[in-house]
Design a binder for this molecule. Sequence first.
Ligand code: 76R
Length: 287
Amino acid sequence: MRHPDVPESLDSWHILHRMFRFERRAFDALAAERRRGIAEEARVHLETQASAADADAGLAQLLGHKSDLMLTHYAKSFDELGAAQTAFDKLELAAYCTPQTSYVSILELGLYEATGKIHADLRDRGLKPHAQEWNDAFDAALAEQANAPRNAARLWAKIPQRRYVCFYPMDKKRGEAVNWYQLPYEDRARLMLDHGKIGRSFHGLVTQVISGSIGFDDWEWGVDLYADDPLVFKKLIYEMRFDEASAKYAAFGQFYTGMQFSISELDRYLEGDAIPQLRAAREPALR
Ligand code: 76R
């Protein structure tokens, strides 16, 4: 992946989003004791995943008809994601959860700026592009990026513990007239810089998790936004619509919006007799 037009990325969690319809009437029809047993089995299972160092699981109640429940899995490989999928499907609860859609992606930190700098630096050092020495220096520079404290912490952060979540997939356009992938590198880097500037004006108000899905799923990226106030999504996404990277080059899939709740609150969601809450964060959410 050293084509001069290709920005590098740092990649980390393998992510599976699963959206389900919850068969509430069928669940309600069960005896109370059985409902409790089903909820408890699922709670213990998901909490074990969420407390592991090398995985995570998160729940959100979605608004509207598209789906009721979003289950987000983080794992360190597709193999482990597959295992998580199977394990959930073996829970008794799965009999009441009908899959509606899903999304497969890998968390990424885009490195437009850094890649440009690395290329320039290697050029300045007089290294011959793609010769062994150049490749080694390139790898070393990338490893440095991955180990930089700011990047390392963000790469392996767990699911942000903020109440509201908004998930949607997106593409950069590849039309005959408007084609992101045919823009010169410098133009794309500049547009991403402008994009980042708008994003950063919302710093602290929103936590974005960008995951790449080229080669894995129907769109090119999954966008997860997390905030303490849903209005922030509307303001941020609206503002970005006017920014060239989005205004001209972005295309969006379906939006899913809802409330994250703690796995310990699953029984409340299933019973439907109180609003399931997001309890105190397990660890400081990265902002
Ligand atoms: O990671 C960083 O903070 C560096 C700057 C940055 C990159 C590289 C950044 C910042 N984003 C990056 C990459 Mn983003 N982002 C989106 C959307 O709705 C829309 O119009 C687009 C959906 C939002 C709302 C958003 C928010 N971003 C990307 C990429 C990869 C593109 C590529 O590689 O070609 C996509 C698809 C994408 C989409 N972005 C930010 C935000 C916010 C809020 C920030 C600032 C984060 C912060 O500093 O807190």
